[in-house]
Structure formats: C-alpha cells, structure tokens
Design a protein around this ligand. Structure first.
Ligand SMILES: Cc1cc2nc3c(=O)[nH]c(=O)nc-3n(C[C@H](O)[C@H](O)[C@H](O)COP(=O)(O)OP(=O)(O)OC[C@H]3O[C@@H](n4cnc5c(N)ncnc54)[C@H](O)[C@@H]3O)c2cc1C
Length: 456
C-alpha cells in the first residue's frame, strides 16, 4: 500500500470543503468532522432560505467532494473542550495536518447595558432559526412590531428580509454607529428589502446628519443619491413593513420595563473621525431614545473559544511572524503565544481565521490558499504515513465510542432523498427536518432495513 497523508478537516462549511476538495485531489485521505448532521455550514444554514439556486448549486458541488472514495465525512461530531473530542486527542492520533474551518460560532456583543432583556437577540441565532438549524429551529424568536436592528451589513439585510417577509413586523429601525457612506451591505443584497425602505424618511435622516458627514468631507446629498441608485430591481414587498435608518447613533443602553421586556434603545449621537483610509465613530455624549419592542444585534461574530485553540479577543491566534511565501503561511498557522511557536500541523481557514469575512466565494478561496500552505508543510515537514487507513480507522473508532450517532455521507443521501420526497408531498420548494432527532430517526430506520432509494 502506498504511503499517504491523513488530513483532518474540522468543519464542513465552504472553507473546509474547499480544503477537502484540494487535499483529496492530491490523493490524501481526508477525514471531515462536522458539528451539524448536514454539511455546508452557513451555505446550508445561513444563506437566506429563498436562495434555492445558490444553495442547490453549492450542495451539488459539496456532494461531489464528499462522495469521493478518499473523503470520509463524519457529521454530528463536535471538536473542542467538553465536546466529543479535544484538539489534543485529535493530535494524539497523528494526522499529518489538522485544518480548523469551524467558522465563527460565537456571538459578538458591543457590551450594552441591558442587553440581556427579553426581546434582545443575536442575528446569527435568528439566521440559524429561520434556516432551521437544529437547536435553534424550535425556539419561538418572538418579535414585537417595532424592531431595532443594529448594524448595516448583509446580515442586517437578511434579518430585515426575515422581519418583513416572515414576521411581517410593522417597523424595522436600522441603527448605525457610523454614517451611510460606511454602509457595508452588498448593493445586490439590498434588493431583497429596498421596497420596504421609507425613502422620505431616509432623505430627512441624511439631512439630519449632513453637517457631521461634511465635517469629514462627505457629501450627504451624493451619498443619498448613491444609496437610491442601489434601490433598483427591488423585490416585491410581502408585507406593509416600513424600514427606517438611524445613522451616527451608537446604542448605549437597552431600555426595559419592570418585567425586563425591551421598551427601547438609548442612542448616543456620534461624529465621524477619519482614521487612515477608514472612519471611526466617536460619541458626542448627547443621547436620544428610540422606542422599540425588540432588538437584534447584527454586529458580526467571533470564534468559539471552546474549540480549544489559542484564542484572544474573539479570534484564534495565528503566527505573527510573516513568511516570504504567497499565500503567506503564517496567516493560516495556529500559534501559541505562551511558547512563542506555531502549533505544528494545525491550520485555520475561512471564518475560523477571519470571523464574518466575506461571502461563500471568499471562504472557498481561503480554503484554497490554506490548502497551498498545508501542501507546502506536508512537502517539507512530515513524511506520509504507511498506515493511513489504520490511522483513519482509529479516529473513527474513538469517535464512535464518544458519539454513537455518527452520520456519514451515505446516511445523508438517504436523508436528502427523504427530504426531497417530503418537499414534493407538501408541494414546497424545499423541506428540511428541523431537529437532529428527526434526521437521526430517518437514518436509523434506513439502517434497520427500511431502505429508501438512494438517489439525489
Ligand atoms: C446570515 C448570513 C447570510 C449569508 N448569505 C450569503 C449569501 O447569500 N451568499 C454568499 O455567498 N454568502 C453568504 N453568507 C456568507 C457565507 O455563508 C460564509 O462566507 C461562509 O459560509 C463561511 O464559511 P466557513 O466554512 O468559514 O464557515 P461556516 O459556513 O460557518 O462553516 C463552519 C462549519 O464548521 C462546523 N463546526 C463549527 N464548530 C465546530 C466544532 N467545534 N467541531 C466540528 N465542527 C464544527 C459547523 O457545523 C459548520 O458546518 C452569509 C452569511 C451569513 C451569516
């Protein structure tokens, strides 16, 4: 048997599957461990539910990778401290490389007083909820009629889309610490909600903050024109929801009633300060109240510290010592500050490396770069293993002893077929089982002999 490398990829989102793709093409044995039963990460559980073509296209590509003979998918497994397997246990099994593409599973807070009141939510939890990720799908995520959403990126757009089309709230108030020139959403994404935007009120809001914009050389009039130019091809509204913006306003406090239910937000006026090519918001100490009954923070994510890699301030630490290579190896290498050395053979990519950075294409490219770095490492630092198959089996046996419900690609084919049939029965574009138990019941039933035709 020829010597091979065993590569373990932790996290089957766009970044991890990009690594699995390239590493398996190079002939290595690739084991993919994934927290969710299904692969895809935020491509499955983040992208807005009505983007069927995008999601379907991505799924098709992922199936192709995961059904290769040298790719071994094990879902329903968490790596980390207190989870099924720790990083140290994985290292002890001596894979040639361990790639962490676990995404950014922690939520970022901006430390606002009162942010634990009832009616305060984090955007990613809402996103997981409306995309039916088990664990989030069944919680009610009750919203009132006047919802403040903090942030102005693509995730804010998806939250506003959900609030208007599904929750059908009366008003969505977008609260932005900086100004309209610093909006972060993709102009194409805003089409999903631009029909709800109250354009008269937007004009008044830009006039309100015009002097503060002009103080840093921005023209409110031009920015308003640019924004409006993006409001083309707006999707048809599905409700009467109206959407308003509040710029140069920083949340100071969540206001709540005696039962600790949200009643509003205290916002501090800000001004802009130029910092190199960027701008920062500086508090002006004057405040105003925005009445609302729910608040959603859409201010980005941080990684899950419990994974157990060196961590600081919301991110996993990478090697600060730059190399001359392109892509630069150091950016992908996990690094231990205490010993001042890289963790040999441990790499990071995608949102686990740079939380909330970019769309699927960016995560995929990050996986490609990471694969180049891993390939360089394999060529210089580790001999291939004579017993790659044995190593993989040892890993699977250890995992099976910790998680009896390991889910493999074959199981997912059965599940996928059942979901397809259920979707047809209900005459809906897509059906998803919303709970792990329901998915596992289908898989167990199939294993017990009640075979479902295995086509996709
Ligand atoms: C609300 C929202 C909407 C988006 N919409 C779009 C869009 O329309 N178009 C677009 O191109 N991009 C969109 N994106 C961006 C895109 O989803 C991300 O760029 C991409 O998914 C990041 O990929 P990733 O592999 O780094 O992380 P993720 O997609 O988060 O994948 C991480 C994977 O790791 C697994 N995992 C996590 N922790 C562990 C653990 N401890 N052990 C084992 N496995 C673990 C998870 O189960 C998951 O499968 C959206 C993102 C969000 C948040």
């Amino acid at each position: 048997m020829s010597a091979k490398h065993v590569i373990v990829v932790v996290g089957a989102g766009p970044a991890g599957l990009s690594v699995a793709n390239l590493m398996s093409k190079q002939g290595h044995e690739v084991v993919v461990l994934n927290r969710d039963i299904k692969f895809g990460g935020l491509a499955e559980y983040g992208i807005f539910p009505n983007k069927h073509r995008l999601r379907g296209g991505l799924r098709k590509g992922y199936w192709e990778i995961l059904t290769r003979p040298n790719v071994h998918y094990l879902g329903n497994v968490m790596v980390g401290n207190g989870y099924h397997l720790t990083v140290e246990e994985l290292r002890a099994l001596e894979p040639s490389a361990l790639v962490f593409s676990t995404g950014a599973q922690g939520t970022k807070t901006i430390g606002v007083e009162g942010d634990t009141a009832k009616g305060v939510y984090h955007a990613k939890d809402c996103v997981y909820h409306f995309n039916l990720l088990p664990g989030f799908s069944a919680s009610p995520f009750e919203m009132g009629q006047r919802v403040a959403v903090i942030g102005i990126g693509d995730v804010m757009v998806d939250i506003a889309h959900w609030l208007s089309s599904r929750k059908r709230v009366a008003e969505v108030h977008v609260v932005v610490r900086r100004g309209p020139a610093e909006r972060k959403y993709n102009p194409k994404e805003i089409r999903a909600v631009c029909s709800y935007i109250d354009q008269e009120s937007l004009g008044r809001e830009l006039a309100r903050v015009a002097a503060r914009m002009e103080a840093v050389g921005q023209s409110a009039e031009k920015v308003l024109d640019d924004m409006k130019a993006e409001f083309t091809k707006c999707e048809s509204p599905e409700s009467q929801t109206r959407m308003y913006f509040h710029f140069l306003s920083s949340p100071k406090r969540v206001l709540a009633d005696a039962q600790n239910h949200v009643t509003g937000l205290e916002l501090e006026d800000t001004r802009l300060e130029v910092k190199g090519a960027d701008t920062a918001a500086v508090g002006l100490k004057t405040t105003y109240a925005l009445p609302c009954d729910s608040v959603v923070f859409a201010v980005g994510d941080r990684v899950d510290e419990k994974v157990g890699l060196p961590y600081k301030g919301g991110v996993f630490i990478t090697n600060p010592n730059r190399t001359q290579n392109d892509p630069d190896d150091s950016l992908f290498q996990a690094y231990d500050e205490a010993s001042g050395s890289v963790l040999p053979g441990i790499f990071l990519c995608g949102w686990a490396r740079k939380a909330s950075e970019g769309l699927v294409g960016v995560a995929k490219r990050d996986g490609e770069w990471c694969s180049e770095v891993v390939a360089r490492y394999l060529a210089t630092a580790v001999p291939p293993s004579e017993d790659a198959a044995q190593k993989r089996k040892r890993l699977e046996a250890l995992l099976a002893s910790r998680q009896p419900d390991l889910v493999r690609a074959d199981d997912l084919m059965v599940l996928s077929e059942m979901e397809k049939q259920e979707g047809q029965r209900r005459d809906i574009e897509e059906f998803k089982f919303p709970a792990n138990e329901e998915m596992l019941a289908v898989i167990r039933k199939n294993k017990a002999g009640a075979k479902v035709p295995a086509s996709r």
